[in-house]
Design a protein around this ligand. Structure first.
Ligand SMILES: *[C@@H]1O[C@H](CO)[C@@H](O)[C@H](O)[C@H]1NC(C)=O
Ligand SMILES: *[C@@H]1O[C@H](CO)[C@@H](O)[C@H](O)[C@H]1NC(C)=O
Ligand SMILES: *[C@@H]1O[C@H](CO)[C@@H](O)[C@H](O)[C@H]1NC(C)=O
Ligand SMILES: *[C@@H]1O[C@H](CO)[C@@H](O)[C@H](O)[C@H]1NC(C)=O
Ligand SMILES: *[C@@H]1O[C@H](CO)[C@@H](O)[C@H](O)[C@H]1NC(C)=O
Ligand SMILES: *[C@@H]1O[C@H](CO)[C@@H](O)[C@H](O)[C@H]1NC(C)=O
Ligand SMILES: *[C@@H]1O[C@H](CO)[C@@H](O)[C@H](O)[C@H]1NC(C)=O
Ligand SMILES: *[C@@H]1O[C@H](CO)[C@@H](O)[C@H](O)[C@H]1NC(C)=O
Ligand SMILES: *[C@@H]1O[C@H](CO)[C@@H](O)[C@H](O)[C@H]1NC(C)=O
Ligand SMILES: *[C@@H]1O[C@H](CO)[C@@H](O)[C@H](O)[C@H]1NC(C)=O
Length: 336
């Protein structure tokens, strides 16, 4: 008797679950992998976008054929509360201005490895994607980007922009000056030989990555009148052929905490090179590409430095007798 009851209840539950599912639940479509806990879906090999389970908020398309990204293509996603969209190697050439305008919860968007994507289409869709916090435009093979790519975005919420791993030869801070909310900019792995920071003063810039470019000098972070152009906390200049540093290389950076100078090309380190950085806590200077043959005694003079990473520089500390250790006595906060 009790057994029968249990069976009946189980059956009833199963049936109602099935009915419920067919009413509201959309199963994970073929060619997609959905993960309930991450609220994500990853889809490949598609020409159109199927309906996705209602819990999906983060979608990555990879290896699809979405030549034009438009509101029509994205129609099925408008049933979900989409927070992030990544288009990686999606064969995209064009993005229509209003493609994302219905996605009010979209905060993260990427178009990566889309070598046919026309950079001129970016401003119009950015201007209509109102709640975006982060845009990644990486590995698209761009040699240049339009001056107006980020123009007209005074009211946007964009905090992070990445143009990493293109072949961009020229860009300057003035390209980003309308993006008042900007905090992080990644221009690493491009072909920049210079970078003019004038224009950052109208943003909230904190972190700049210009690593893996062709800079011969540390860019000036001061504006034309010697005023600061931003409130930088982190600078990454890794792997640039910078051949000389001195105390004036790091002006107007009074809030800088982290400085990455691995793989640069200096032969000597002069006294007080980092002394004008009163908040500097972490300095990385590994694998200099040429032999550092001279380090002046108070080169690392700093009242704030806590972590110094200085290896693989072919600098023989043992040759310079006891001045080696005295050198670090000028960095009172340095933890050995
Ligand atoms: C929406 O998805 C359904 C099935 O999931 C599909 O049949 C339909 O073609 C899709 N609509 C668009 C506009 O892609
Ligand atoms: C990709 O889609 C376009 C039309 O949208 C079509 O002309 C082209 O043949 C498709 N390419 C592949 C590889 O399926
Ligand atoms: C989506 O955005 C709308 C409008 O900005 C907001 O009211 C709503 O709470 C958001 N939903 C989620 C799940 O974040
Ligand atoms: C962005 O949109 C505003 C109106 O919403 C318009 O005034 C402005 O010109 C647009 N900017 C660009 C670059 O399209
Ligand atoms: C940097 O750009 C500003 C305007 O955007 C210009 O006035 C200034 O001369 C430039 N600085 C250099 C060194 O080219
Ligand atoms: C710079 O940032 C620090 C925190 O990182 C903050 O305390 C300071 O007020 C900021 N200064 C300006 C001028 O925005
Ligand atoms: C620092 O180096 C720059 C060139 O990189 C030079 O113009 C400047 O005069 C030098 N400053 C000092 C104090 O040596
Ligand atoms: C170390 O730097 C501080 C701050 O710039 C300066 O006042 C001090 O004289 C320097 N010490 C030496 C030994 O040069
Ligand atoms: C570098 O600083 C040390 C210690 O403060 C001082 O003895 C030396 O003369 C300085 N070297 C130069 C080139 O100014
Ligand atoms: C220590 O090295 C300096 C050069 O780096 C040299 O001038 C000096 O004579 C050396 N002192 C001793 C005691 O070896």
């Amino acid at each position: 008797m009790t057994n029968k009851k249990i069976w009946a209840t189980t059956l009833a539950l199963l049936l109602s679950a099935l009915i419920c599912d067919s009413k509201t639940g959309v199963p994970c479509p073929p060619k997609c992998k959905c993960r309930f806990r991450q609220k994500s879906a990853k889809c490949g090999g598609l020409q159109t976008i199927p309906k996705l389970p209602h819990y999906v908020k983060h979608v990555l398309f990879a290896g699809t054929n979405f030549t034009t990204v438009s509101d029509v293509l994205l129609f099925n996603l408008s049933q979900n509360t989409i927070a992030s969209l990544d288009f990686v190697d999606t064969n995209t050439v064009n993005v229509e201005p209003d493609a994302f305008s219905a996605f009010l919860n979209l905060t993260h968007l990427s178009f990566d490895s889309n070598r046919k994507l026309n950079p001129d289409v970016v401003p119009a869709f950015l201007n209509q994607t109102l709640n975006l916090h982060e845009i990644n435009l990486e590995s698209n093979g761009w040699n240049s980007i339009p001056v107006f790519m980020f123009a007209g975005l005074q009211d946007s919420l964009l905090k992070k922009i990445s143009l990493k791993n293109n072949n961009i030869k020229y860009v300057s801070a003035s390209f980003f000056s309308d993006v008042h909310s900007l905090e992080q900019l990644d221009l690493s792995r491009n072909d920049l030989t210079e970078f003019n920071t004038t224009g950052f003063e109208s943003t909230n810039i904190l972190t700049v990555n210009i690593g893996f470019n062709h800079l011969l000098h540390i860019p000036s972070f001061c504006g034309p009148l010697g005023t600061k152009t931003g409130n930088y906390t982190t600078l990454d200049l890794t792997s640039n052929p910078v051949y000389s540093l001195n105390q004036s290389s790091f002006s107007c950076l009074r809030n800088l905490r982290t400085l990455k100078l691995d793989e640069i090309s200096v032969r000597e380190l002069k006294n007080n090179t980092f002394a004008d950085l009163p908040r500097l806590r972490s300095l990385k200077m590994n694998s200099n590409s040429v032999h550092i043959n001279r380090i002046e005694l108070s080169a690392f003079n700093s009242s704030s430095l806590q972590r110094l990473s200085f290896g693989a520089n072919r600098f023989r500390f043992d040759r310079q007798n006891n001045s080696n250790l005295r050198m670090f006595s000028f960095s009172a906060e340095l933890v050995p």
